[in-house]
Design a protein around this ligand. Structure first.
Ligand SMILES: NC(=O)c1ccc[n+]([C@@H]2O[C@H](COP(=O)([O-])OP(=O)(O)OC[C@H]3O[C@@H](n4cnc5c(N)ncnc54)[C@H](OP(=O)(O)O)[C@@H]3O)[C@@H](O)[C@H]2O)c1
Length: 297
């Protein structure tokens, strides 16, 4: 069977996509390929000038103007997330694709947000939870919308410890705390789909992981960075699982796409760890996330 690549993305004219972290790394590549197929892309990033620069680079790469906007988003700040959602809703009346891509990875020291939340969980899960919750009405009202959440093979090392959610009591472990957030991403994918079904929405919740992809940041992270320099696949290839989850017609709810050979290769269905199917943990995580973010779906 022919490998799936970005040339197979169907024309997306009229569709609107938000890409968190669309200014750099995998998010930039996802934006580039979606724009190439005529999607209106909204780059959701911390620094507006970096988003504007990304749009300029995409236009240069495609040698034409694209439909695009930059709206500032800091996933660690719930007020900024609310402002993002309000701005988006004032300017757009549909949301076909929400790509929850932005993330921080394997932070060396335990780091917290201004609100005292552990940084991986806050950025990678809680910020995206709040964002999706605030955009939920518009997603629900857009026919056949998709929410694509970027996880990682590292979700297998995660564990949701509700007694020490912010790593205050245990000695900090960077791979595990990152893994917690990536497990939370997949538990969220599951619960979000349930919510769509309960509400009779045609939207679907799907997931992807990029294997080991040679983004600039990835290559600067400790041993993982060294490994990445030697073994990682190019960024364009790492973006394919998320692009397939976002656009291929055959994709179904709750599917999880990753590279064929785990860390590299063209996209195919990937396996989630059994922890992802623990409904009690998923339910509790949803409740805790609602409490912390103050966002109810
Ligand atoms: N690369 C890999 O091998 C790999 C492997 C497994 C999973 N992943 C996952 O793939 C996703 C993208 O990774 P990447 O390698 O492309 O990373 P990257 O190059 O470091 O890009 C991360 C993006 O997230 C943004 N970001 C970070 N904190 C943010 C915040 N508080 N609010 C809004 N945006 C924020 C960054 O913005 P700034 O430019 O402002 O910092 C940047 O745009 C992540 O979810 C990561 O966990 C990557």
């Amino acid at each position: 069977m022919r490998n799936w690549d970005a040339s197979q993305i169907p024309d997306q004219k009229g569709k609107v996509a938000i890409i968190t972290g669309g200014n750099a790394g995998l998010g930039y590549e996802i934006g580039l390929q979606l724009a190439k197929k005529n999607t209106t892309i909204i780059i959701a990033c911390r620094t507006e000038s970096k988003g504007a620069e990304a749009i300029k680079r995409i236009e240069q790469a495609l040698d034409r103007k694209i439909e695009a906007a930059v709206i500032q988003l800091d996933l660690t700040n719930f007020d900024v997330i609310r402002a993002f959602a309000a701005t988006f809703k004032a300017r757009f009346s549909r949301l076909d694709l929400l790509i929850n891509n932005a993330g921080v990875v394997n932070l060396k020291e335990r780091t917290t947000t201004a609100a005292g939340l552990e940084m991986h969980m806050a950025t990678n899960h809680l910020g995206h939870f709040a964002l999706a919750g605030l955009l939920y009405p518009i997603i629900k009202n857009t026919p056949h919308a998709r929410v694509v959440t970027m996880s990682s093979g590292g979700h297998k090392w995660g564990e949701i410890n509700f007694d020490d959610f912010n790593w205050e009591q245990r000695p900090y472990h960077r791979t595990k705390s990152y893994g917690d957030s990536k497990l939370a991403n997949l538990l969220f994918v599951m619960s979000l789909q349930e919510r769509f079904e309960q509400d009779g929405a045609s939207a679907i919740s799907v997931a992807a992981h990029p294997g080991l992809s040679a983004t600039e940041r990835q290559q600067s992270i400790g041993i993982g960075g060294w490994l990445s320099k030697v073994m990682a696949q190019p960024v364009w290839m790492g973006a394919l699982p998320a692009l397939k989850a976002a656009t291929a017609e055959e994709v179904k709810a709750l599917e999880y796409y990753g590279p064929k050979y785990g860390i590299r290769g063209y996209p195919r269905l990937a396996k989630m760890d059994e922890k992802v199917f623990d409904k009690k943990v998923a339910q509790r995580l949803w409740e805790v996330s609602e409490q912390i973010t103050g966002v109810a779906f």
